[in-house]
Design a protein around this ligand. Structure first.
Ligand SMILES: Cc1cc2nc3c(=O)[nH]c(=O)nc-3n(C[C@H](O)[C@H](O)[C@H](O)COP(=O)(O)OP(=O)(O)OC[C@H]3O[C@@H](n4cnc5c(N)ncnc54)[C@H](O)[C@@H]3O)c2cc1C
Length: 400
């Protein structure tokens, strides 16, 4: 049985006190260089994410929402929401979820004793990077159509197939993969959940540049990759259950209200900096409308977080937060590029790969706003597309 280091004291349950602690952390312990890059919407490198994660480790905040038994802080859903909102609002990077929010809970809920001992401590310490190998060409929304195969051969599985849109796998040590271990009449059966070492012979990556010109996503190919059978999570053929458990966790974190708060404050500052512009009043009205939507979404999230049971799936609340949150992010980014106008028309990805904004053409903040707008188009696709979320809401709430 692994012994996790007990963290010194509880985090405050009082929302205002906890929020103040998170803000204090971001202002004092988050490296200023990273915060500046986030605030300028620049592309973050692995070292930027790691600087944030390593600042969180001593407080146990990397996995605050994990049960104490597994080295977490036992946060309530409300504490988790406050942490994620406030840190993002203050300029902290996205807490990359593949290890800590996705595969970690799958391992401590369904994994073997060996898997818990091997994989949980490096996730808590942020010393191993994970990627998510779910989607395939032809299997995104319809995930059960996946065709990657894992055939048992002695003490190993031999994996063949490919994954696509795999975020940040270029930095990953491990990838969790859904693979078909048998052909069943129901497509959801016969899928297994495997933990694959990225250093295994036969794993290759091909980068995909998204329309912001940056390298977020990839194709991953598995050619006769041998994966030890002890890396199978739970039962062979039972992977669909674990996959769905993970997807539920994925959507809970999708409202991104903190990020929208930061972007909206930035837009407000830009408009205030040019009060004499003929369209300033129009933009102020547009910001007011966006702010109302953000208030409504935050009220919904806070209410949902208060009624959520961390041991139960978030259900339709998660779908509502995903749809409203992603559409709001896009609307704010669109307003920002509208404000930039022709000044944002020239964009070079090189300009968002620096430590500080540097645009030979146009205002210094321009490239970051354009990048945010371009990459933000993906927010209504990843984490389960918004059309699929609307189907879930229609079925659950309207009985359609
Ligand atoms: C930036 C980015 C990062 C990603 N990162 C990862 C990752 O790390 N790991 C991973 O496994 N995957 C990742 N994905 C993949 C993502 O989960 C899929 O793109 C998503 O599930 C949609 O699947 P698809 O792209 O195959 O589109 P499709 O499923 O082919 O859908 C195409 C369009 O049809 C619509 N549609 C499909 N079915 C229905 C339906 N039944 N009713 C109504 N409309 C429907 C969709 O909403 C969409 O608009 C990422 C995607 C993006 C864009």
């Amino acid at each position: 049985m692994i012994q996790f280091t007990a963290m010194p004291q509880e985090d405050p349950c009082d929302p205002a006190q906890f929020r103040a602690q998170v803000r204090h952390f971001c202002e004092h312990d988050l490296p200023a260089r990273v915060r500046a890059k986030v605030n300028a919407n620049l592309f973050l490198e692995k070292e930027d994410y790691l600087a944030f994660l390593h600042a969180l480790v001593p407080r146990g905040w990397v996995a605050g929402h994990w049960p104490r038994e597994w080295g977490g802080r036992g946060w309530t859903p409300l504490q988790r929401f406050i942490f994620e909102e406030e840190s993002a609002a203050c300029g902290a990077p996205w807490l990359i979820p593949f290890g800590v929010s996705y595969v970690g809970p799958v391992i401590y809920t369904f994994g073997s004793a060996w898997q818990k001992e091997r994989f949980l401590p490096p996730i808590l310490a942020s010393t191993e990077w994970w990627a998510q190998g779910y989607s395939e060409p032809g299997a995104g929304s319809d995930l059960a159509a996946l065709r990657t195969r894992a055939l048992r051969d002695g003490d190993d599985y031999v994996v063949n197939g490919s994954k696509i849109w795999t975020s940040y796998v270029q930095w990953a040590d491990w990838i969790f993969v859904l693979a078909r271990t048998s052909e069943e009449s129901r497509r959801q059966q016969g899928i297994s959940f495997l933990l694959v070492d990225m250093k295994s012979p036969g794993v290759t990556i091909r980068p995909i540049r998204t329309m912001d010109g940056c390298h977020h996503v990839n194709e991953v190919f598995f050619d006769d990759v041998r994966v030890p059978a002890r890396n199978l999570v739970g039962e062979e053929g039972g992977g669909w259950t674990y996959a769905k458990f993970l997807l539920n966790n994925e959507r809970v974190i999708a409202a991104e209200t903190g990020r929208s708060m930061r972007q909206l404050a930035h837009l407000q500052a830009l408009v205030d900096s040019e009060p004499a512009r003929a369209d300033a009043a129009e933009f102020r009205a547009r910001i007011a409308g966006l702010r109302l939507k953000l208030h409504a979404l935050r009220a919904y999230c806070l209410k949902a977080a208060r009624r959520m049971d961390p041991a139960q799936p978030a259900g339709v609340d998660a779908s509502v937060m995903k749809v409203r949150g992603s559409e709001l992010q896009q609307a704010i980014a669109e307003a920002a590029v509208d404000w930039l106008g022709a000044r944002g028309a020239v964009y070079d990805p090189e300009w968002v790969h620096a430590d500080m904004p540097c645009a030979p053409v146009g205002p210094a903040h321009g490239p970051g706003l354009v990048r945010e707008y371009l990459h933000g188009r993906a927010a209504t696709i990843y984490g389960g597309s918004n059309e699929i979320q609307r189907n879930i809401i229609a079925k659950a709430e309207l009985g359609l």
